[in-house]
Design a protein around this ligand. Structure first.
Ligand code: THU
Length: 136
């Protein structure tokens, strides 16, 4: 991923993180995705008093992408709270899989620096996806 795009995704994810609604876990997350047109969409986690009803930052970012009319994800960056790198949770890996190619870059970051980059296929190997539902 180009350094300039990395920086833009990071800034978008950090801005989204400031909007996180995480009164229960106190773990604010921001996610940013770039679509097939080069447009960046961002989202935060949104928790709920009925705990399982909350959703992740990645889901918010994907929702924004789909609502814009875009259909593909060309890169992802996620920012968590604290120093540790965050990688998308299992459910979010499957959600991302719907819109990412296997080699799509998924970047871990924190407030201070960019971290490791994994491909979609590294984070969700041998995955189930849209191709499985195609009729032969
Ligand atoms: N969370 C995300 O937003 N994305 C992830 O990939 C992992 C977890 C959120 C869910 C919950 O609001 C908080 O982080 C603590 O789990």
């Amino acid at each position: 991923m180009e350094p300039a795009l990395l920086q833009q995704l990071w800034q978008a994810a950090l801005a989204a993180q400031t909007k996180a609604y995480a009164p229960y876990s106190r773990y604010a997350v921001g996610a940013a995705v770039v679509d097939e047109h080069g447009v960046i969409h961002a989202g935060c986690n949104v928790e709920n008093a009925a705990y399982p009803q909350g959703w992740c930052a990645e889901a918010s970012a994907l929702s924004a992408l789909v609502m814009s009319g875009a259909r593909r994800v060309r890169g992802v960056l996620v920012v968590g709270t604290g120093g540790a790198w965050i990688t998308p949770c299992g459910g979010c890996r499957q959600k991302l899989r719907e819109f990412c190619d296997p080699d799509c870059a998924i970047v871990s970051a924190n407030q201070d620096s960019l971290g490791p980059i994994h491909s979609m296929d590294q984070l969700l190997p041998h995955s189930f996806g849209p191709d499985h539902l195609k009729q032969s």
